[in-house]
Design a protein around this ligand. Structure first.
Ligand SMILES: Cc1cc2nc3c(=O)[nH]c(=O)nc-3n(C[C@H](O)[C@H](O)[C@H](O)COP(=O)(O)OP(=O)(O)OC[C@H]3O[C@@H](n4cnc5c(N)ncnc54)[C@H](O)[C@@H]3O)c2cc1C
Length: 491
């Protein structure tokens, strides 16, 4: 039998995405030793591949654009959007801390906030993008953790928690490279393993209504729900697990042998979606999870085709590292996808395209004709669904493409239930000694901070923030520092 590889530390962290790295930085600042374990070969998780957008209230970028925003205004939007199952206390906690404890704190680590973008449900612009998106932000967190003396042990999969007398006292796992067993002894554990939206079985377990549909998964490759499982085994409570945030603008990754992984594509101005009856069913400009997803789920069968002409594909981007080289889009790979995917049809004329999609040809041609005519008349909005036509043009540059879309599970809005110190709670709402959870494993923060719908930027932002909270309080429990206080921005 292989010898067990042993580690000893104050704070053991599982996962090196936004939450794990923020927890590590906080623990190191309090003076605790911290080691972060990562099953992948590289740190960063979903956070490093993400858009990097964080909802931040009262930022200098907003002030520069003369946008008046307040925690009260943001809280009102948040609750109205997320609905009754939103954790209002965590939402308020995050919103009030987003300026000092995320925006300025990240700047202190070298992050440069670049610009703001509108997202559905927000009464003002507050989705704040860092330079180089998730890559820029997460790289600074990883470097920040290492700079404080934090250690990252990669290619090490944690499989369980070590418990003694009801307390968590470490971790067990194995080397992903050699299979060698690993044992970690620590004074506290922070679980920051991300969500479970790359685990189709688990997604369908919590969304039984979708079991007969083709559903795609598309979070980080490590988002397989392992932290949920070992926390539940230790008695931790899982909550709102059915709150899964689906997007519609994804097509199967034909390079994935199982074709379960979805590729999200963007920047196709003016494209339209049609259902299997050849008809549009939604204002495509409202593409968010709360507006577009229910519209797609209401179609029978539950998929759609994104119709585009060649001119529209020229700015297309695919949110997957295979289609990028650093900051640059690799156009040849996008063309490879458009030409080779069995989920994409291509034709020199629209009626042949309809035939290849298997939709009603007459209905499809009349859908496109009506849309083209609205564009040619230079209407502000087309009349069927009210889509603004500013970025649209008629479909007139063949070849034409039809990209098949299926619902894509992207973000988990439910997860491990914690208190405001990120202590994992058991089914009687009592904290489990030595065990903390932050980030998407904890439904981004606390268990269900978003409720059923997110204003966007409300995943990564709360993940990083709750990571800081968890790291601070875990260090305190280990005998270091006062716990997380932060600086609220109240008005
Ligand atoms: C493509 C994409 C774009 C996104 N864009 C945005 C955005 O613009 N704004 C926003 O708010 N949110 C966005 N999100 C969501 C956001 O990125 C995540 O919610 C956030 O990264 C969660 O952070 P985390 O640290 O909890 O998890 P992650 O960043 O996923 O990190 C978890 C880490 O834990 C590791 N891990 C898992 N299990 C184990 C184990 N058993 N042992 C060891 N290691 C393990 C994983 O490999 C991973 O590295 C996006 C998500 C995706 C997929």
């Amino acid at each position: 039998m292989a010898a067990v590889k042993q580690y000893q530390t104050d704070i053991a962290i599982v996962g090196t995405g936004g939450a794990g790295m923020a927890a590590g930085i906080e623990a190191r600042h309090a003076g605790a030793r911290a080691v972060a374990f990562e099953m992948d070969a590289e740190p960063g998780g979903a956070a490093i591949t993400s858009g990097g957008g964080c909802l931040i209230v009262g930022s200098p970028l907003q002030q520069d654009s003369r946008i008046h925003d307040t925690p009260d205004l943001a809280f009102g939007d948040w609750i109205a959007w997320g609905g009754a199952s939103t954790d209002a206390v965590w939402a308020r906690y995050y919103i009030e801390h987003s300026l000092h404890d995320l925006y300025h704190w990240a700047e202190g680590l070298g992050v440069k906030w670049a610009d703001l973008k509108f997202q559905e449900g927000n009464s003002v612009l507050r989705w704040t993008r860092p330079q180089r998106s998730g890559l820029g932000l997460t790289t600074q967190l990883i470097e920040g953790f290492r700079a404080t003396g934090g250690e990252i042990v990669a290619q090490t999969e944690i499989t369980g928690l070590l418990r003694e007398n009801g307390r968590v006292v470490g971790l067990q796992g194995r080397s992903a490279k050699t299979g060698e067993p690993v044992e970690v002894r620590s004074k506290a554990v922070v679980v920051a393993t991300g969500g479970f939206n790359s685990n189709l079985k688990m997604v369908l377990e919590y969304t039984p209504a979708l079991r007969n549909q083709k559903v795609l998964v598309g979070s980080g490759r490590g988002s397989v729900g392992s932290g949920h499982k070992f926390i539940a085994q230790a008695g931790g409570s899982l909550t709102h697990m059915d709150h899964i945030w689906f997007y519609v603008y994804a097509t199967p990754d034909y390079r994935d042998p199982a074709q379960h992984r979805g590729l999200v594509f963007r920047q196709v101005p003016g494209y339209i979606w049609v259902n299997q009856q050849g008809r549009r069913f939604h204002n495509e400009a409202l593409s968010g999870g709360r507006s577009a997803t229910p519209a797609l789920l209401a179609q029978n069968p539950c998929h759609a085709w994104a119709i585009m002409d060649t001119a529209m594909t020229e700015t297309m981007e695919i949110a997957d590292p295979h289609y990028r080289d650093g900051d640059k889009v690799v156009r040849s790979r996008i063309m490879e996808l458009l030409n080779n995917s069995p989920f994409i049809r291509k034709s020199e004329n629209l009626s042949q395209l309809a035939q290849k999609m298997g939709v009603d040809i007459a209905a499809f041609l009349s859908t496109v004709e009506r849309y083209n005519s609205a564009c040619e008349q230079r209407l502000d909005k087309e009349t069927e669904f009210g889509k603004p036509l500013k970025a649209s043009k008629p479909f007139d540059t063949p070849p034409y493409y039809a990209v098949q879309l299926f619902p894509l599970a992207r973000k988990n809005f439910g997860g491990v239930k914690t208190d405001l110190q990120c202590r994992v709670l058991d089914r009687q709402f009592q904290p489990i000694g030595g065990l903390y959870a932050a980030g998407e494993v904890a439904g981004m923060a606390g268990g269900h901070i978003n409720g059923r719908a997110g204003l966007e930027g409300t995943m990564l932002g709360p993940s990083i923030f709750s990571g800081r909270v968890a790291g601070g309080w875990a260090a305190h429990a280990a005998g270091y520092g006062p716990g997380f206080a932060g600086k609220p921005n109240r008005n």
